[in-house]
Write a protein that binds this ligand. Structure first.
Ligand code: B12
Ligand code: SF4
Length: 487
């Protein structure tokens, strides 16, 4: 029996658009597995009719010619590519390479960019099928349909959730997708992590060499006016299901896990249950959580620590209470301070995200955020310039106030050019000045004598982790002293 060969490709980020965060942070230091593709692959576990490979160009990209050779050698029947808006230029180059080297392969795309612009993506001559939203069931169903060979009938394609495609008259057809609820999420097979090499992924702040990522819930019910997470609703997995996946990850020899949920700690009891499952099953590993400063309390912090959580990432966004109110973050400075107090007690490190350049924000208010980042005692601060992302209230506001001319993201989706500039709020502070302030923020936070002193003591106490720290320090220093506009 001939197997259906599927090649899943995660694009490189070499030509990422002029970005809101310093490139060193995500291109050189933090590289995580393409979890979405591994989820798609997980749907075919144990299926003898399918042969599936993942090419992660974040870690394994030697140019488009090399990729073309690989595709030719593989001769896939189906190629799936993730589209992230910021990395669209390179992703479209990949689509061109696939069309040229494997003209008979069916080209399927998915990912957050497709979820934003399904019709536009599907209308491209480079794309055969686009799937918006969660892709597991849609992709599995589509592969089953495509296995038959000839162009599938409309009736068969109508069963593929999230599918968007051009029919024989070039008319776009869009099949609805649904959001998974709790019982649904538990039914999705675990991502197939055996298809990538865990040793190549990680983060210099991690304790271990190999790290996996995991998603225990999808989405967030909050409505911060700048946020463009793909799921505006919140759905979660049960604690037992999460612990089963952790067991599988540990069985692969991976002993560090980064929880990448948008709002991990939204339901307190679920977090308590996850920690208890980890403790009761005697699962020993280090892990990092991500969520909001509230709901959170001392007892929860202690339990998190007991289960192996040693760092928590939170979005603070601003140290100015006026800005926090303006952006609809629904957290107070008091809740932030309390969060830090509980983490200090539990000895959990904190990485805090800050955004600079909100509408009407003054340089003084930005300085308040930088000062706050130093005052509250976060171990890592991650500053970004506010990017006006499509589908967010702040982008719409920018368009009505003429801070954003036309609809640049829509134009970019239609024609992904290399030199696209993500729109910032430049009404009060210019683009160049925002980049300067960003660099100042990193300098003030990471190069203060107090901070440097603390890190030196840490390295002396725990020389095992020196490698990552030095690498991160060098990358940061290079960025801080560079004079480049942008990154
Ligand atoms: C983890 C994460 C990261 C990690 C790991 C990235 C990676 N290698 O996967 C890190 C921290 C490194 C990161 C970096 C960046 N990220 Co990020 N990240 C996320 C996060 C929090 C979770 C992604 C995830 O794993 N989800 C779980 C899986 C199951 O979902 P998924 O990946 O979306 O995949 C599903 C569908 O999209 C679809 N699908 C995906 N691919 C394909 C392919 C096919 C063929 C099909 C059919 C379907 C399909 O099916 C999958 C299963 O349901 C999301 C936010 C979010 N909630 O999604 C942002 C997010 C994806 N990141 C985003 C961005 C912008 C970035 C950066 C560009 C930021 C920057 N300026 O540097 C960089 C890019 C670096 C890179 N090389 O990828 C944006 C993308 C927005 C957009 N419009 O495209 C998001 C949505 C956050 C946001 N709202 O801003 N990120
Ligand atoms: S910024 Fe965080 S809390 Fe706000 S909507 Fe986005 S994910 Fe939710």
């Amino acid at each position: 029996m001939k197997k259906t060969k599927i090649l899943l490709i995660y694009p490189p980020d070499h030509n990422q658009v002029d970005s809101q965060t310093p490139n060193f942070a995500h291109q050189e230091l933090v590289i995580y597995p393409p979890l979405g593709l591994l989820y798609l692959a997980g749907m075919f576990r144990g299926d003898p009719t399918v042969d599936i490979k993942v090419v992660d160009c974040q870690v394994d990209f030697k140019g488009f010619d090399d990729l073309a050779r690989l595709i030719k050698a593989e001769n896939p029947d189906i190629v799936g590519v993730t589209l992230i808006s910021n990395m669209l230029f390179d992703a479209y180059e990949i689509l061109k390479v696939v069309k040229k080297t494997a003209p008979f392969a069916r080209l399927v795309v998915g990912g957050p960019h497709v979820t934003l612009y399904p019709e536009i993506v599907a209308s491209s001559d480079l794309v055969d099928f686009a799937i918006f939203g969660d892709g597991e069931y849609g992709f599995k169903q589509l592969v089953d349909v495509l296995k038959e060979g000839s162009f599938p009938s409309k009736d068969l394609l109508a069963k593929v959730p999230g599918l968007t495609y051009k029919d024989e008259n070039k008319k776009i057809v869009k099949i609805p997708n649904h959001l998974h609820d709790a019982t649904d999420l538990d039914q999705i097979p675990f991502p197939d992590r055996t298809l990538v090499d865990p040793a190549v992924y990680g983060n210099p702040g991690n304790k271990s060499q190999t790290a996996a990522t995991i998603i225990t819930s999808r989405g967030c019910p909050y409505k911060c006016n700048f946020c463009d997470i793909p799921h505006k609703e919140y759905n979660f997995r049960t604690a037992a299901n999460v612990a089963d996946e952790i067991e599988e990850i540990l069985s692969l020899g991976i002993n560090e896990i980064n929880v990448m949920d948008d709002t991990f700690n939204l339901r307190r009891q679920r977090i308590v249950d996850i920690c208890n499952e980890i403790i009761d099953r005697k699962l020993k590993f280090n892990w990092v959580g991500r969520g909001r400063v509230y709901p959170f309390d001392e007892e929860l912090a202690m339990l998190l620590k007991k289960s192996g959580c040693y760092r928590f990432h939170i979005g603070i966004e601003s140290g100015s209470k006026e800005i926090l109110a303006d952006i609809g973050k629904k957290i107070s400075l008091k809740q932030i301070r309390n969060f830090f107090k509980f983490c200090r007690k539990a000895k959990i490190d904190v990485l805090a995200y800050f955004i600079l350049g909100f509408p009407d924000e003054t340089e003084e208010q930005i300085q308040e955020s930088i000062d706050f980042s130093k005052e509250i005692g976060c171990k890592y601060a991650y500053f970004s310039i506010l990017s006006l992302f499509p589908g967010t209230p702040v982008y719409e506001l920018g368009k009505t106030k003429n801070v954003v001319q036309g609809d640049p993201w829509l134009e970019f989706a239609k024609n992904p050019v290399k030199d696209f500039k993500i729109p910032f709020w430049t009404e009060t502070i210019s683009r160049d000045r925002l980049f300067e302030i960003l660099r100042e923020a990193y300098t003030q936070f990471y190069f203060s004598p107090k901070y440097l002193g603390q890190r030196v003591i840490e390295v002396l106490r725990s020389p095992k982790h020196t490698g990552g720290m030095v690498k991160a320090g060098m990358a940061m220093a290079k960025y801080v002293v560079s004079n480049k506009k942008g990154f």
